[in-house]
Design a protein around this ligand. Structure first.
Ligand SMILES: [Fe+2]
Length: 253
C-alpha cells in the first residue's frame, strides 16, 4: 500500500495544484492531508474545495480547528513582535474570508486518523496521522527531540514496533526511526520553512516487515502565490517568506 501524505497547505492553491500533479505521478493508492489547510495564504475556500473534489480526507490542524471555532487565537507560536503581528493579521483575514461551507468542513475534520495498511483483518501494523502530536496539534515535534520524546509520543499514540506515525505542523520534513517505530514529518506543501521554497510531501509505502518513506520536493509557481498574497491585502512579509522558503523570519504555524 502506497500513500501520499500532504500537510500544511496553508491556503496556497498553486502549491496544492502542483503537489497533486506530482502526487499523481507517484500513483499512490490513496492521498491524505495532515491539516492546516488554511491560514497565511489567500485561497482558503479554493484549497478546501479542491481537496473535497479530489476526495482527500485528513486531520485537523491548529489553524483549521481555530478558524472553525472562530477562536481568538490560532494556537500559533511566535518568537518576536513581527511574527506575532503576521500571525494575528493572517488569522483575522482568514476568519473573515472563509465561507460557511469551508468553516463546516474544517470543523468536521478529526483530530487523528488510524489506518491498517495490511487490512482490517490484520492486527498490525498501524499507521496513524495527526497534525502536531498525538496529544496536542500545537506542539512542535522537531527532528532534534531526544529519543525519549519520540518514545513518549509513541506511547501516547498506542504505537507498537512496526507502526508508523505521520504529522506536519513544523513545516520541516524529516524521517526518523526510534526502536522499530517510524516517524515522518511531511513538511509543508504551501509554506516551507527550511529555506527551500519548493513544497514537500511524503510517500509512505508498506512493504512486508518494513516501511519505505520518501520526502518529495516539488516546484510550483511561487511568484503567482506571492503576488496573490499582496493583492489580497495580506501582509507583504508573507509573500517574501514564500519566495525565501521561510528561512529567515516568519510566523510559526
Ligand atoms: Fe502549519
Amino acid at each position: 500500500m502506497r500513500l501520499a501524505l500532504i500537510s500544511d497547505i496553508h491556503a496556497n492553491l498553486p502549491a496544492l495544484e502542483a503537489a497533486l500533479a506530482s502526487v499523481r505521478s507517484e500513483a499512490p493508492d490513496a492521498v491524505y492531508h495532515l491539516g492546516d489547510l488554511v491560514g497565511y495564504g489567500p485561497w482558503p475556500d479554493e484549497v478546501v474545495a479542491l481537496l473535497r473534489a479530489e476526495g482527500i480526507a485528513g486531520v485537523s490542524g491548529n489553524y483549521d480547528s481555530t478558524v472553525a471555532l472562530d477562536a481568538e487565537h490560532c494556537g500559533c507560536r511566535y518568537e518576536d513582535p513581527l511574527q506575532e503581528r503576521l500571525s494575528h493579521a493572517s488569522f483575522e483575514w482568514t476568519k473573515q474570508r472563509v465561507s460557511a461551507a469551508t468553516r463546516w468542513l474544517l470543523g468536521a475534520l478529526p483530530f487523528r486518523i488510524d489506518l491498517r495498511p495490511a487490512g482490517g483483518h490484520a492486527s498490525g501494523p498501524r499507521l496513524v496521522f495527526v497534525h502536531g502530536t498525538p496529544t496536542l496539534n500545537t506542539l512542535y515535534w522537531t527532528e532534534d527531540r531526544p529519543d525519549s520524546f519520540f518514545r513518549k509520543m509513541a506511547g501516547h499514540a498506542g504505537l507498537k514496533d512496526g507502526d508508523l506515525i505521520a504529522y506536519g505542523h513544523t513545516h520541516l520534513p524529516y524521517v526518523r526511526r526510534v526502536d522499530d517505530v517510524t516517524y515522518v514529518n511531511c513538511g509543508s506543501v504551501g509554506k516551507p520553512k527550511d529555506g527551500d521554497p519548493r513544497g514537500s510531501y511524503a510517500i509512505v509505502e508498506h512493504q512486508p516487515h518494513a516501511w519505505s518513506v520518501r520526502i518529495v520536493r516539488f516546484d510550483y509557481d511561487v511568484a503567482r502565490a506571492a503576488q496573490a498574497v499582496r493583492d489580497q491585502g495580506l501582509p507583504s512579509e508573507l509573500a517574501d517568506l514564500l519566495v525565501s522558503g521561510g528561512a529567515v523570519v516568519g510566523p510559526d504555524s
